[in-house]
Design a protein around this ligand. Sequence first.
Ligand SMILES: *Cc1c(COP(=O)(O)O)cnc(C)c1O
Length: 236
Amino acid sequence: MNSIKQNITQVINEMALAAKKCGRNVDSVQLLAVSKTKPVAAIEQAIDAGLVAFGENYVQEGVDKVNYFANHPAADQLVWHFIGPIQSNKTRPIAEHFDWVHSIDRLKTATRLNEQRPATMAPLNVLLQVNTSGEASKSGINENEVIALAAEIATMPQLVLRGLMSIPQPETDYDSQFAAFKKLADLLEQLKPHHPQLDTLSMGMSGDMEAAIAAGSTMVRIGTALFGARDYGSQA
Ligand SMILES: *Cc1c(COP(=O)(O)O)cnc(C)c1O
């Protein structure tokens, strides 16, 4: 089995190739390492290999990891992204520990994160999670709700809206993957005139990274290809 370090090299090479194919600069796509369910030792190896951005899906597990790495020599460089579903009674630990939240899908969640983000911390970077797969998926707001929610968030001083995120229905063929990602990219372009600071399209996972980069992704969220398959057996 490959080491995490070898996996990272391979994923970065694949990202570079995908960027080159569509005429993009590889530096315009960030690698977010999705470390959910993985032990701190795995994150440690990824940090040693140069990664700094980590994505977590479960509040308690994520908070434990943020706290664990607070004393790491690279702590100042580490950036923690919350990418999982958010229950509104669990917003406070997210507001107090993370740098980014990708999964904003309700005004109530945004309002609570804004209220609970400590004034001593930099504003929380947030993305709206959009459902571009229609009936087939229940996660994320509908495309026609994006403009209104973005306008609400723009009034919240402790949040900075950075862009959009999606988790399309898994598709195996490239064209279907690309079409779903292109929808999100087009939505971001529609929003930009109203919110010039928008710079982030969080889209693409281990199985559809190439199509996401071709459609304009600025941040791919990669778990399996870096850390191997996840074992949910031990998950509460
Ligand atoms: C788990 C997860 C990922 C990573 O998926 P892989 O297929 O393992 O790369 C990316 N984004 C979100 C929101 C996830 O929950």
